[in-house]
Design a binder for this molecule. Structure first.
Ligand code: PRP
Ligand code: ZN
Ligand code: MG
Length: 226
């Protein structure tokens, strides 16, 4: 990504729960894109706008560092990145422009269904597998529970069966993943939807003009499908 480019760059998830709806929303706002599976960068054919398709976990950092101008990302991923960056003294400022009407999910603690779970106190001294260690530890600390974490970036749901952890803390949308892995949701620690975020430093006038045009369109699109 050329930081001096006059094209507005928007980071979206390359493949995952938010990908399709992110592109659909931007197209509904009037941007046309032709996507090539193998390419990270997609130019809009009718606006000075580029899409950068990356892992969702990379989006908050790219926006906070101003490498891209805007991003579409889940609140859970954003909040985790914020906590991690605060802990490591990296820049963590961001402008949240809009909460979006897709990507609803919750970050929950789940345990094997054969466990006789009675409450959070049962997790004291246990190990919990998660991709979101900062959100999890924040919550456990508030609740006065000491548990350790096993950080996995994928396949979190198999950790208990594999003997890597006693419980998991992961995103739940339909619940199918938990069900398929013999896990039961016990505590909801965070509720999330997709967000449109903007880098903290001001945009050039040309880029700001595109954002000023995008936002009312986005509001219109979201209002119409309420
Ligand atoms: C989350 C989570 C589960 C799945 C749960 O992954 O890690 O795999 O969604 O959804 P369900 O309740 O509908 O089965 P996500 O799509 O966020 O992808 P990622 O873990 O690759 O970022
Ligand atoms: Zn992810
Ligand atoms: Mg997953």
């Amino acid at each position: 990504v050329d930081k001096n480019s006059q094209r507005l760059t928007i980071a979206i998830q390359k493949s995952g729960r938010l990908s399709k709806e992110s592109i659909a929303l931007l197209e509904a706002c009037g941007f046309k894109f032709s996507l090539h599976e193998a390419r990270l960068l997609a130019h809009s054919s009718n606006q000075p706008v580029d899409l950068l398709r990356v892992r969702d976990d990379d989006i908050p950092g790219l926006v906070m560092d101003g490498v891209v101008d805007l991003g579409l990302v889940g609140e859970n991923v954003l909040e985790e990145a914020r906590l991690e960056r605060q802990a490591t003294q990296l820049p963590a400022k961001i402008n949240i422009l809009r909460a979006l009407d897709f990507g609803q999910c919750r970050l929950s603690i789940a345990v094997p269904k054969e466990d006789n779970y009675r409450g959070l106190a049962d997790l004291e001294g246990k190990r919990i597998a998660t991709t979101y260690p900062f959100l999890l530890q924040n919550y456990l600390q508030q609740q006065g529970i000491k548990a350790s974490t096993a950080v996995l970036t994928g396949s979190v749901e198999v950790a208990p069966r594999a003997g890597l952890a006693d419980a998991i803390c992961d995103l739940v949308s339909t619940g199918a993943t938990l069900e398929a892995n013999g896990l039961v949701e016990k505590e909801v620690i965070f509720r999330s939807t997709a967000q449109l975020i903007q880098r903290p430093e001001p945009l050039t006038a040309a880029k700001q003009a595109i954002v000023d045009q995008l936002l009312p369109r986005l509001d219109g699109v979201q209002m119409a499908r309420e």
